[in-house]
Design a protein around this ligand. Structure first.
Ligand SMILES: Cc1cc2nc3c(=O)[nH]c(=O)nc-3n(C[C@H](O)[C@H](O)[C@H](O)COP(=O)(O)OP(=O)(O)OC[C@H]3O[C@@H](n4cnc5c(N)ncnc54)[C@H](O)[C@@H]3O)c2cc1C
Length: 276
């Protein structure tokens, strides 16, 4: 399919990108890697009149330690995150989750800001980010603000981002050598997860178990009161609302959530990083 006609602008700074969003309002859409937006445009499920290409804004791609946190620029591509030495040492679940996204072509084009802003409930990096906690830094006409990770993803393709805001950075706590695990279940290599589970330091997040990525709060509460891994993992699907599609019905997804959570918690409590 061929997308509808659109005007194309390429701002040189985040301020110019924000100005373009303010000027064109509803008609405008940011494009970064294009690996989620372009497929929607080809299906004509998205028909922006103006594409604001932020992929060449300098200084949006970085991974650096800032105090207790790791700051990652929104323009960082999945492949760059996967290979980054600072990320591997300071927050290893993220490069691993990045390595699980699609195929090399997708990982070389897709960006962290794009996958965060897109809010697909099956996306790998947002699941790992939600388990880590931290915040999403966004910039709009009034400057920058920080949105806690737990308040960012609201539903299917829906976030706390305003129409005239750009995701500029993600900040996560440094976890270093703390136990972690990312368990992704697919039918074929390179697929999106049917269900995925991220576990780090007693926090657990699930992909594809609701309209957006979600925390497995019943599991987390059980762990906090000293329940066994088996007992806590058995609660992983509590409060979720998995959908039905050609890959799995809700009951199967619930089963996978419990099973993968148990595996993830076992790995995270032992040699999780090494096993991954
Ligand atoms: C074949 C294929 C397989 C894939 N497999 C997986 C997979 O297994 N797991 C997975 O998690 N993902 C997968 N993806 C999606 C991939 O991770 C995308 O790269 C990602 O979801 C979007 O990043 P992008 O930079 O390409 O965003 P774009 O497509 O450019 O944009 C996506 C949306 O985010 C908005 N946006 C982009 N950047 C910003 C920003 N900085 N601030 C605010 N809004 C912004 C855009 O306006 C648009 O609405 C796959 C994609 C393809 C095509």
């Amino acid at each position: 399919m061929i997308p509808g006609a659109f005007e194309y602008v390429r701002p040189g700074t985040v301020e110019e990108a924000v100005a373009a969003l303010v000027e064109h309002g509803d008609d405008a859409k940011l494009i970064a890697g294009g690996h989620s937006l372009l497929p929607l445009m080809k299906l004509r499920l998205a028909m922006p009149a103006v594409l604001v290409d932020i992929s060449r804004i300098p200084d949006l791609s970085y991974v650096r330690v800032e105090g207790d946190e790791v700051a990652i620029g929104a323009g960082t591509r999945h492949f760059e995150l996967e290979k980054d030495d600072v990320a591997r040492a300071e927050v290893p679940i993220l490069p691993y989750a990045a390595s699980q996204v699609g195929d090399p072509q997708v990982r070389h084009r897709g960006t962290l800001g794009g996958t965060v802003a897109h809010s697909d409930p099956a996306s790998d990096l947002p699941t790992a980010l939600l388990a880590l906690g931290g915040s999403v830094v966004v910039q709009g006409p009034g400057g920058r603000r920080s949105i806690p990770m737990t308040e960012f993803w609201l539903g299917f393709y829906e976030t706390a981002l305003a129409e005239d805001e750009v995701v500029v950075e993600v900040r996560v706590p440094r976890t270093g050598s703390a136990g972690w695990a990312y368990e992704k279940f697919t039918r074929r290599a390179n697929d999106w997860p049917i269900v995925a589970v991220a576990a780090v330091e007693g926090r657990v997040a699930l992909a594809n178990m609701a309209g957006a990525v979600v925390r497995a709060t019943a599991t987390e509460e059980a762990l906090a009161r000293g329940a066994s891994i088996a007992e806590a993992a058995g609660l992983a699907d509590e409060g979720t609302s998995p959908s039905s599609d050609m890959h799995a019905d809700p009951e199967y997804r619930r089963h996978l959530a419990r099973l993968l959570t148990r595996r993830a918690l076992e790995k995270a409590s032992g040699a999780g990083a090494a096993a991954a």
